[in-house]
Design a protein around this ligand. Structure first.
Ligand code: F6P
Ligand code: MG
Length: 473
């Protein structure tokens, strides 16, 4: 079911696949080792300590194999259904080595292997090696979190008076808001943690906030948000009783926060009657949302004062004391919590996990290998796929000519699939489609864009983005 277009491979030295395997993965794996090491030192439980040390050894071995370009070995059977699929694919690939393997498979394998070590233990089964980092980054995005809470509160207050306004005015405003919310969600993705190896917290803050957002609009090189809006508006004006939107989530922390803001807006405006969120089921690509990340986020909001103004370890060491939150800020954050809790208790905002999202292949396989999930997604008016990895999976992470239509690059999930796809993606990998002729060349010619090096470097750092839509009809 895969595309015939060759996949992006770690063997291509001009690709971000190669740079990732060589520079980024060792840093990420070292982070995992450090985290487990720290957790081991924090526990008194002797059995748990021993198991933790064994996990550290397993992961150090993984790092060694990667850095010495060894062959990928079959995953140990941890009882989950997806292991057989991973191992079958490894066999089909001919047991490749780390620097000669399809990028997408290898990167999924890496996270799956860490998860296997945990799953095979007794005490670390539900341990998330990235949890500490995820919540830490959410805390560091305080200015943008507060700005958005305030904007959201204002917006919902205005919306509660919308019956007093002419319908056309409301519709136009809601269209603009829909686009703006989607853009917030789009750029919320520029701050994912797997790129943090090269970003400072200051950079992250600059990426957020409304000024930054306006300035970034010119960096959206494909923008189909209008088409996506029309689908939702049409379902509403056609009088469809249930109008569902799905969000295939990407990262926890700030990005999840903005995704929930979008969900709240869709429900409050009536553009949707239900929103279903799809998180991952194992720690994934560092920052991806797990079900437990919802709880962590919500508890940060209800305990906002202590969450934000209790100094972190670093702040204690540097003597910097965070400022206390103002009463108004605390109320606005609590308002968000109430809104989301209300929608959740009414059954309008729900979470749905599926093992398919953490398999090693692309979404080209979805209709054939996960037919139930496919049928479920067909029920949705719009399925929003967040982030870079989802885009890579949608397009098979293949080396398409960049002028290939998005609908073609989706393969079996394109037109005829019954699924309306909207991808909100800041570019952090080589694959990109739907560009105009000459556009890739122009972008390569920009500063740091790659020039004649053969690298599509402009597409690597999250500076440029695409909002691509495909109708499932
Ligand atoms: O490009 C860096 C990278 O880690 C890719 O490997 C991966 O596709 C992506 O970032 C993850 O980003 P996102 O969280 O946007 O999916
Ligand atoms: Mg991610």
């Amino acid at each position: 079911f895969d595309t015939q277009t060759p996949p992006s491979s770690t063997s291509d030295k001009t690709s971000f696949a190669y740079t990732s395997a060589r520079d980024r993965w060792p840093i990420i794996i070292t982070g995992v080792i450090d985290d487990v090491h720290r957790a081991v030192s924090e526990t008194e439980d002797v059995d748990k300590r021993a198991e933790g040390k064994k996990i550290v050894e397993d992961i150090a071995k993984l790092k060694y194999e990667l850095q010495h370009d060894r062959k990928l070995t079959p995953l140990l059977d941890d009882g989950s259904a997806d292991i057989a699929g991973y191992n079958k694919e490894l066999e089909q690939l001919g047991y490749p080595s780390w620097f000669n393997v399809p990028w997408l498979y290898a990167e999924c394998y890496l996270y799956r292997r860490v998860a296997t070590s945990m799953a095979l233990s007794k005490h670390w089964k539900s341990y998330d090696v990235f949890a500490r980092q995820k919540i830490g980054t959410f805390r560091s995005s305080r200015p943008a979190v507060i700005e958005l809470a305030s904007r959201y509160h204002e917006l919902i207050t205005q919306m509660s008076h919308k019956d007093e306004k002419p319908k056309e005015e409301v519709d136009t405003a809601e269209k603009i808001l829909f686009m703006e919310m989607c853009e917030i969600c789009l750029w919320g993705n520029a701050t994912d943690l797997s790129l943090l190896t090269s970003l400072t917290y200051e950079d992250i803050q600059k990426l957020q906030g409304s000024e930054a957002r306006k300035a970034s609009e010119k960096n959206i090189i494909v923008n189909d948000l209008g088409a996506a809006y029309n689908v939702l508006r049409k379902a509403q004006t056609d009088g469809k009783a249930e109008r569902r939107v799905d969000i295939v989530l990407d990262n926890a922390g700030f990005e999840l926060y903005v995704d929930l803001i979008l969900a709240g807006f869709l429900l409050s405006s009536g553009l949707a009657t239900n929103v279903i969120l799809h998180p991952k089921s194992i720690p994934w690509f560092v920052s991806d949302v797990l079900p437990a990340d919802f709880g962590a986020l919500l508890s940060a909001l209800v305990t906002a004062q202590s969450f934000y103004s209790t100094p972190s370890e670093e702040e204690l060491n540097s003597g910097k004391k965070p400022a206390a939150l103002a009463e108004k800020e605390i109320k606005e954050l609590a308002f968000l919590f109430q809104e989301w809790s209300h929608f959740h208790s009414e059954g309008q905002l729900t979470i749905r996990t599926n093992g398919f999202w953490t398999e090693g292949g692309s979404f080209w396989r979805l209709p054939a290998t996960a037919p139930k999930l496919h049928n479920d997604l067909k029920e949705s008016e719009l399925v929003i796929f967040k982030g870079d990895l989802n885009y890579r999976k949608l397009t098979g992470d293949a080396m398409w000519d960049p002028t290939t239509p998005f609908t073609t690059a989706l393969g079996p999930l394109g037109p005829g699939s019954g699924v309306n796809v909207l991808s909100l993606r800041t570019c952090k990998a080589d694959v990109v489609v739907g560009l105009k002729p000459g556009q890739d060349e122009e972008l390569r010619a920009t500063e740091g864009g790659g020039g004649d090096s053969g690298q599509r470097a402009w597409a690597w750092n999250g500076k440029w983005a695409v909002c691509s839509f495909s109708s499932g009809k």
